[in-house]
Every structure is written in C-alpha cells, then in structure tokens.
Design a protein around this ligand. Sequence first.
Ligand code: FAD
Ligand code: NAD
Length: 478
Amino acid sequence: MTDKYDVIVIGGGPGGYVAAIRCAQLGLKTACVEEWINKQDKPALGGTCLNVGCIPSKALLESSERFEEMGHQNIDHGITTTGFSMNVPKMIARKDKIVQQLTGGIEQLFKANGITWLQGRGQLLADKQVAVTARDGAVTQHAAENIIFAVGSLPVELPIAPWLDERIVHSTGALDWESVPPRLGIIGAGVIGLEMGSVWRRLGSEVVVLEAMDSFLSAADDDVGKASRMQFRKQGLDIRLGSMVSAVEVTEEGLTLSYTDKKGEQSLTVDRLIVAVGRRANTADIADPAVGLALDERGRIAVDEHCATHVPGVYAIGDCVRGPMLAHKSSEEGVMVAERLVGQQPHIDYNTIPWVIYTDPEIAWVGQTEAELKTAGIAYRSGSFSFAANGRAKAMDRANGLIKVLADASTDRILGVHIVGPMASELIGQAVIAMECEASSEDLARMCFAHPSLSESMHEAMLSVDGRALHGINKKRK
Ligand code: FAD
Ligand code: NAD
C-alpha cells in the first residue's frame, strides 16, 4: 500500500530540512527524501551546507586562522610562540566531528517533529507519486498532496580539468586533504576560491588563483572588491585576473596549467588544483517526463516568486531555482512555501538577503551596489567609514577595511550596505534589520552604539552619508 503525506520534500539540505520542519510545525504530515551518504558511509541529512559546504569550510577557516595568528599575527601583542605546528589530520577530524554533530542534530529534529525520513533517491512521478530508490536498489512509492523539490546543486566540472583523485578536486576534496599541498592552483576567484584559497595559504601552500574575468568579485561593490583584493595581495594570495585556462596536463612535476592572459601564453605548475567555477542545479532525473516539470535556460526548476512550479501542488526552493546559491536563502524559501501551503501569505524580499565571504578580512553586503544604482538611474548619497579609525578594530589588530552605505537621495532610505573588515558577517545583520524596517541612514545615525565596538563604524558610516562622521574626514556636501 502507498503511504500518503500532506507534503513530501525531496532533498534534506538547508532548504529541504527547514521546509520539512516548518511543514510539520504547521500540522502537515511530512516526509523528506534524502539520499546523502556521508564520509562515514552513513545516510545523513543536512545537504551540501552541513556535510561539505558552509559548516566544514567555516571550521577549516577557523582552524587555519588560529594557526596563522600563532605564526606571526600575535607578535605585536607581545606573544611569542615557539615550537607549534599544524596537525592537519586532527584539524580535519575536528571538522568531521562538527559535521556529524550538526547533521545528527537534524535527525533528532526530524524525530521530534514527527517527520519521516525516506532514505534514498526520490523521483517525482505523475499524480504526485514519489518513487524512492534505496541504497540496496529497493523501490518504494509514496504519495503526497504537495511536493517540494529542494535538490540543491553540484559543482561545475571543466572538460579541460576532469576530477582526478585528490589532485584535481572541487570544494569537497579540498575540505578533506590530510596534508598541505606546497603549490596549490585554483581556477575561479569566486567565493569558494577565496575561502578555500585562504585556508590552504594560511597552512603554508603557495596559492595561485586564476580568474577568467578582468574584474574581481564582480557581484560585490567596487570599493569592497578593491579593498579586499589589496588585503589578499598583502597576505600572499596571488590572484591573476583575466586568465583563461586552456589545458591541464599531468606531468612529472605535478599539474601543469596552460593559460592566456593579457601578456599572452602562460604556464603554471602546481601540486594540486581546486576547480571552483560555480555550481549548477542538480535537476537530472528528478521527475518523470510525464510530470511536465519545466526547467529554465540554466537547467534550474522554473518557479514564480513564491517558488511554485508550473505543476499544481509542486514547488521548488534553494540552489535548484533562480536566485543566489546561499543556505539562508534556501531556508527562507522553505519556510515561505510551508506557510503558503496552509494559507499564510509570507513573501521574501530577495534584495535583503545578505552575502558573506568568510575570508580575513570578511566581506559582506546587502542590497544594491553603487554600480547597480547607477545603471538603474537611482539617485543616491553614499557614506563610508574606515575601520582604521575604530578603536575596537585597532585593539583587535583588525583595523583594515571599511563600511560603505548607499541611501536614496530623496528619501534617505538605505539601499545598500557593503562591508570589508572584521566580523563583517555579524555586522551585516544590522544592515539587514535596518533595510527590512525600511530605515533611513538618519535613523541609524541617531541611534547610540556601544563604545568601543565595531558597530560604531556602522554608526559613523551612516553619519557620513550626511557628511557628519565624527571620527572621519567627510566629503564636502554641496
Ligand atoms: P543542498 O544543500 O545542496 O541540499 C540538497 C540535498 O538534496 C542534498 O542533500 C542531496 O543529497 C539531496 N538530493 C538531491 N537530489 C535528490 C533526490 N533526487 N533524492 C533525494 N535526495 C536528493 N552558503 C551560505 O549561505 N554560506 C556559506 O558559508 C556557504 N559556504 C559554502 C561552502 C562550500 C564549500 C559550498 C560548496 C557551498 C557553500 N554555501 C554556502 C552554499 C550552500 O551550501 C548552498 O547554498 C546550500 O546548501 C543550498 O541548500 P539546498 O537545500 O538548496 O541544497
Ligand atoms: P562563484 O560563482 O562564486 O565563482 C566562480 C568564479 O569562477 C567566478 O569569479 C567566475 O568568473 C570564475 N570562472 C568561471 N569559469 C571560469 C574559468 N573557466 N576559468 C577561470 N575562472 C572562471 O562560484 P564558486 O566559488 O564555485 O561557488 C559556488 C557557489 O557556492 C557560490 O556562488 C555561492 O553561492 C556558494 N558559496 C557561498 C559561500 C558563502 O556564502 N560564504 C561560500 C562558498 C560557496
């Protein structure tokens, strides 16, 4: 007999597991199909984010940052450390433990909320039937009133650099290396390239990042891109823009990359290579053709602003649909779809979804960039404040970077906030709250922030929009 649910979620990453939890909270009989098999050869929930994405990468960023601090950043504090070393397998084991704890936590949440975990690969059939193929090949069939696809994304493989054991890898491989490659090449100076490049550089690799575009971090505001690039250069992260890789050859010396840049043909030999040129929606074979599920031009499931597909009762969220590939965006969409299923009317403002890159300095932004405002013909005023004039940042030895604010020229409503600097990942939350509450820069300028704190830089950047930063040089206002 086929069991019947109110909702079957296909995919148990931050989109799917959150959707399932919210559905269950709202009283819907819910199942989640998830096929992930983890490093320990066990089924696991949590998707890319918990198993091989956000969480493990942040664990390694933390370990490697501490190692680097021990090495030289502590010297000015009067701390001398001798005889320390990095035990890479131990660092990886710590990361694995965090992953196991968190993915195990999702399993507990499923139990507590009465969610059925259907282990295996799901495929949607006609009439909202879901076939689940278990690891041993056994197929079961389940039915639901509503289906939510949350099948995530996969790394893009370059034909010139197919995956090769632990030598040519995507991010997952680079999260598991048990030794430090002396020479590391990375194709793509995007989020993964910068985060993973930072980890291995701090641990001792000589890192060269080859980026096809002439511009750096094109999604970020120009000032943030420039300021962060300067810091990466100082750290020794060799980012070569405008570099098109044409071939990767396995040689006796290692991996030899041929690429062209403005100066012509170049070559680079490395020991290992990370290919980080983006991710693509994981939509192959997720639905029987009889369902009529439409994909867009980039292979993502086509959805409307509320994540509904063309097929009644079928929704899709997260990395497998349009919009940024971010865990918190996936989760928000999961909550929205669950609540709409019971007749609530939530809505997501995609303009207030924050971005964070967890390098040192951290990079974070929300809302529009200056270039986007110019293109859209929106009149704006800008303000900025440098962490160099912030007492707390100085005390932390983290006085690099800035906060930049863009506000509407006539209403003063905050349109974008861009940060490069210490704890940008936390500070950006203030900007999200302000923008969600439709605050003006004057609203935040009139608030009192604790002294000394990094938040004072947010306050000063807001004051600077009106030319009245107290600890900075203000632009002359006409
Ligand atoms: P996923 O997390 O990919 O989950 C999809 C799940 O569906 C998987 O578990 C998969 O096994 C399952 N699945 C797929 N097809 C089927 C099927 N047919 N049947 C059953 N199960 C199926 N984002 C951030 O916001 N912050 C970060 O710091 C961050 N760091 C990252 C670092 C790295 C190295 C990577 C790779 C990504 C990072 N991301 C980060 C991106 C983030 O991981 C994704 O945006 C997020 O995981 C997307 O969530 P999702 O639920 O849509 O998909
Ligand atoms: P990305 O889109 O961030 O960056 C890919 C980079 O590769 C781009 O700069 C692109 O111009 C470049 N590129 C593309 N093809 C190339 C080629 N042939 N040669 C050289 N360069 C090339 O993608 P990513 O870094 O792979 O990350 C994938 C996604 O994962 C991100 O978009 C992001 O959504 C998510 N992610 C988020 C975080 C975070 O939020 N902190 C961390 C890691 C990953």
